[in-house]
Design a protein around this ligand. Structure first.
Ligand SMILES: NC(=O)c1ccc[n+]([C@@H]2O[C@H](COP(=O)([O-])OP(=O)(O)OC[C@H]3O[C@@H](n4cnc5c(N)ncnc54)[C@H](OP(=O)(O)O)[C@@H]3O)[C@@H](O)[C@H]2O)c1
Length: 261
């Protein structure tokens, strides 16, 4: 993956309209450095993919939009984070398992942290397969976390507590500010959210998103696919600043946006 090349036209200026090509890199970037979390934290980053026409899924799955580079970046971002927040819808559709250690790849990234980040699954119904590997095969130092609500079915809460660390935050729906505060209090200051669109919309609405890593997949999908955020229109859309842009040899774009404060 390399930083986006300078266009043929260095700068197009026409009737007061100035278009700037993305800056070319002087030297190859080390992606683990380029994507390092800010040192202070807490910092909540989302990693999502969309087609050029804005679809967040193809045939109902995000995986249908990606390529090998995107999968490798997804893996790197997991290696960098302390906890991976994901909605139950995505866990069910994409068949999430626990994050697996990457011997020879992640030791330097993880330092003295557990070898993998735990998943923190957001669910109100707790309609989750508690016998699935995402619960039964989680690394002992990265037990899966369930983020749920006070009105979740009590028998499901009890069953989930046998297989996972349950955090109750919010009455009828998870209060994301409270959930993130609790994760942070447990030492998870480098947070990664992999969606899905319902969860991401609420994270953004709560003002919690610091950074969006967006892969633009060079496809036109059409149909009624969900967008990156699936929630009510935001009265004051947060503004983002483009912090970095990379491309690979297959015309995928890898954009890092940070929230303008
Ligand atoms: N393009 C991408 O990068 C990307 C990333 C992820 C997913 N996707 C795609 O998005 C689709 C799934 O998206 P989605 O929006 O339906 O799923 P989602 O956001 O992953 O999960 C929705 C579920 O999360 C739980 N939830 C959400 N808000 C909650 C709250 N406030 N309190 C308690 N629980 C809450 C509910 O689970 P319960 O029903 O268990 O209560 C809800 O059904 C799939 O097609 C997937 O492939 C795309």
């Amino acid at each position: 993956m390399h930083e986006t090349a300078r266009n043929d036209a260095e700068r197009a200026t026409d009737a007061g309209l100035a278009l700037r090509p993305l800056a070319a890199a002087d030297a190859p970037v080390r992606l683990a450095d380029a994507y390092a979390y800010p040192p202070d934290g807490p910092w909540l980053r989302a990693n999502m993919i969309a087609s050029v026409d804005g679809a967040a899924a193809r045939d109902g799955r995000a995986g249908g939009l990606g390529n090998e580079t995107d999968r490798r970046l997804l893996s790197l971002l997991r290696g960098l984070c302390d906890v991976l927040i994901v909605g139950a819808g995505t866990v069910r559709v994409e068949g999430y398992g626990p994050v697996r250690p990457r011997p020879g790849e992640w030791e330097e990234l993880r330092g003295d942290r557990p070898p993998v980040p735990p998943l923190a699954i957001v669910s109100r119904s707790l309609d989750l397969d508690l016998d699935a590997p995402v619960f039964t095969d989680a690394h002992p130092r990265a037990r899966t976390i369930v983020l749920t609500t006070r009105t979740a079915p009590p028998d499901r809460v009890r069953a989930a507590a046998e297989r996972a660390d349950v955090i109750v935050a919010g009455e009828d729906g998870v209060d994301f500010a409270a959930a993130v505060a609790e994760l942070t209090a447990r030492g998870h200051r480098r947070l990664l959210c992999e969606g899905g669109p319902q969860v991401l919309a609420q994270v953004v609405a709560a003002g919690l998103l610091d950074e969006l890593c967006l892969t633009v997949s060079p496809m036109l999908v059409s149909g009624g696919a969900v967008r990156l955020l699936d929630g009510p229109a935001l009265p004051v859309p947060p503004r983002l600043r483009l912090a970095a842009a990379y491309q690979d040899d297959e015309d995928f774009l890898f954009l890092r946006y940070v929230r303008k404060r």
